[in-house]
Design a protein around this ligand. Structure first.
Ligand SMILES: [Ca+2]
Ligand SMILES: [Ca+2]
Length: 449
């Protein structure tokens, strides 16, 4: 049976549903567990063998330590979820997963910034908790933090650019405060952790738990098309020499023989601080036309006058959400490159050296152009093997569509081929109209599997 648990991500509802999906066409809710306000808010659930683990934020404020609650697997005839105890983890645990042997539970503690109980800004350290489940005795916990990377200026850190007169703390933010572990996956030797905001992947050997950090290369959009404008009267694919930050959300390993590859759902992610949540306003993005009209793009570096003039125009490239920190030359205070957020697809990396093996390019953009300034936002992904065949399933956050790729593995490296785009709901209007009519099927897909 598939994982029969779901969390209602209504944030404040604090519900964990147990759903019987033995008949996939007729899912049946068989039990609902209500977390209380003194438990915190559930963010993710994982199931392995007879154990259910739920990551829960701090009941006080998000910036304080969260917990993992363990339950026994719900069995037919049960009238409640039987508790197996709880353990503290880092602040804002937003994702958790068992290792393939079910012996360890890995928790991604995002450490999102927020306000403490005195309403002062606080940016907790991002961390990964490894919980060892013993069959007898208490669980042991190890915390992995990322303080070894403070001098790695190749790792993306938006808060480095917050002006000192705006930043509310004395002293500069550290990398480990800015580092936000987002998603964890495994091969036989390593765990891999996606740092979406920081546009990097950590490789953590299971034997040593000592992380190394690899920045993810930018995606080049030369020779690829994009629909950059929602003010050009429809779907118009255009070619511009943008770069983009892949910033994966979900990552999954794909194994072929003894080699492993990492498939990354290159969703993209902007960073914002707002006065209500953080006590000050700052963000790392802008509309392209604002930067272009301010003559912030360095035409000596970009050397493409028509691109720079189109960045000023709403019906051309001016409506794109672009980065205010990436590509910024600190000497000229101008941008040497125009970066947008997300790869608008997925990509595949060799885990030995992080060479790029494959990228969907503009294939998904062409399938479901929406003129959305953030593109299809592919954030959900899974690698599925069935009868010796390998598939990649990717889900869009913006248009509720699932993309199915078959993967040819005969060369020893994965070669994906687009097979189908699947969306529930009506297809007789454009997506935004269907969304407005509530006839678009799934509005946004945050997880597949
Ligand atoms: Ca943090
Ligand atoms: Ca358009």
């Amino acid at each position: 049976m598939e994982t029969p648990y779901s969390i209602k991500k209504g944030e404040q509802s604090r519900l964990l549903h147990v759903i019987d999906i033995s008949d996939p066409a007729n899912p049946l809710r068989v039990y609902t567990h209500q977390f209380t306000s003194s438990d915190g808010i559930p963010r993710d659930v994982a199931v392995c063998k007879n154990e259910v683990a739920v990551a829960v934020t701090s009941p006080i404020r998000d910036v304080y330590e969260g917990h993992v609650y363990f339950f026994q697997l719900f069995a037919p005839g049960d009238t409640e979820l039987k508790s197996d105890g709880k353990v503290p983890v880092g602040p804002f645990p937003d994702m958790l997963t068992f290792n393939p042997q079910c012996s360890q539970l890995w928790v991604a503690n995002e450490g999102r910034p927020g306000k403490d109980i005195a309403n002062k800004f606080m940016d907790p350290v991002g961390s990964v908790t490894v919980i060892e489940r013993e069959t007898t005795g208490n669980p042991t916990e190890r915390f992995i933090t990322f303080g070894d990377f403070e001098n790695r200026f190749d790792l993306r850190m938006p808060s480095r650019y917050v002006a000192q007169n705006v930043w509310p703390l004395a002293g500069n933010p550290t990398f480990q405060q800015d580092a936000e572990p987002e998603y964890i996956t495994f091969d036989s030797k390593n765990a891999y952790v996606a740092f979406q905001k920081n546009n990097a992947i950590a490789t953590i050997p299971l034997r040593t738990l000592t992380a190394t950090m690899t920045p993810i290369p930018a995606k080049e959009w030369n020779n690829l098309k994009i629909d950059p404008s929602d003010r050009d009267g429809g779907i118009h694919l255009r070619e511009y020499p943008f770069r983009s930050l892949r910033q994966p959300d979900t990552i999954k390993t794909l194994t072929i023989g003894s080699r492993s590859f990492l498939v990354t759902a290159d969703e993209g992610r902007t960073t914002s601080y707002t006065s209500s949540l953080h006590g000050f306003n700052w963000n790392d993005y802008s509309l392209a036309d604002v930067l272009a009209r301010g003559s912030k793009y360095d035409d000596l570096s970009i050397k493409n006058d028509s691109f720079i003039s189109d960045l000023r125009l709403d019906n051309k490239a001016g409506r794109m959400t672009v980065s205010k920190v990436d590509g910024l030359n600190l000497f000229t205070q101008k941008y040497d490159q125009a970066y947008h957020f997300g790869g608008r697809g997925f990509s595949i990396w060799d885990t030995r050296n992080f060479n790029l093996i494959y990228d969907t390019g503009d294939e998904i953009e062409k399938e479901i152009s929406t003129s959305n300034p953030n593109g299809p936002k592919i954030g959900a992904l899974d690698v599925i093997t069935d009868n010796g065949n390998t598939y990649i399933v990717a889900g869009s956050e913006t248009v509720g569509t699932v993309f199915l790729y078959s993967v040819n593995t005969t060369s020893g490296a994965p070669v994906p081929t687009f097979e189908a785009a699947i969306r529930l709901g009506r297809t007789d209007f454009v997506w935004q109209e269907l969304y407005d009519m509530d006839e678009a099927g799934d509005a946004g897909i945050s997880a597949v599997g």
